[in-house]
Design a protein around this ligand. Structure first.
Ligand SMILES: CC(C)(COP(=O)(O)OP(=O)(O)OC[C@H]1O[C@@H](n2cnc3c(N)ncnc32)[C@H](O)[C@@H]1OP(=O)(O)O)[C@@H](O)C(=O)NCCC(=O)NCCS
Length: 183
């Protein structure tokens, strides 16, 4: 779906603009995804795993998401460049259509500016906009204290843990936690 565009003034005074991604964003978003994966191990991909994403694939993804009633992407731009990207996904099966899921990633340069909070608020509103949705779900990796603090601030609570869900290259095992916000 195409989201409603909005602006957000960061704590340091920089202005962010949030809208659905467009074809012209493809290369910048590929760079963003790669950069964010390089900055944190709390996302699912190592940077080199982002190399499998192609401009054609990204273009097709944007087209699919923008025209689907079950998916939304929120691209956060500062000036002409992406600062982060978020997604909302709805289930479309009868047994699971009360569940929505959200995900968010921002470049390190924009952490701590209130952007995560503002984007989560918007994703929650989008999810609430679908009448059948009664819970919003997400996962985070052990140690991601900033993400956990954000989610708890928004009202999400931990509902489960998958032990050793993540194994880093150095062998470190990390748990993955599931959270739910009932709406
Ligand atoms: C996790 C992430 C989305 C948070 O976004 P953000 O813009 O930094 O969050 P905000 O500035 O809105 O801060 C949200 C809350 O985090 C908490 N927080 C801020 N700094 C923190 C820190 N250094 N350590 C722990 N918690 C912190 C605060 O409770 C803050 O709320 P407050 O400002 O009202 O006190 C962002 O850091 C990010 O994209 N990280 C990399 C990718 C990632 O980990 N994505 C999530 C995967 S589950």
């Amino acid at each position: 779906m195409i989201i409603k565009e909005f602006d957000y003034l960061m704590k340091d005074g920089r202005k962010a603009h949030v809208r659905s991604p467009r074809e012209e964003d493809v290369m910048d978003v590929l760079d963003l995804v790669h950069a964010v994966a390089s900055e944190t191990h709390f996302l699912m991909n190592y940077p080199e795993e982002c190399d499998r994403y192609t401009p054609e694939g990204e273009k097709a993804l944007f087209e699919r998401v923008n025209s689907s009633e079950y998916e939304a992407m929120l691209l956060c731009l500062v000036g002409a460049k992406p600062a982060g990207i978020c997604s909302v996904n709805f289930n479309n099966k009868i047994k699971t259509r009360h569940r929505a899921s959200v995900a968010i990633s921002l470049l390190h340069d924009y952490w701590g500016q209130g952007l995560g909070t503002r984007l989560m608020q918007e994703m929650i509103e989008i999810a609430k906009g679908r009448e059948c949705v009664s819970q919003i779900e997400l996962d985070f990796i052990e140690g991601n204290t900033r993400a956990r603090a954000l989610y708890e601030k928004m009202g999400f609570r931990i509902t489960g843990v998958k032990p050793n869900a993540i194994r880093l290259k150095d062998g470190t095992m990390l748990n993955e936690y599931s959270m739910i916000l009932y709406v």
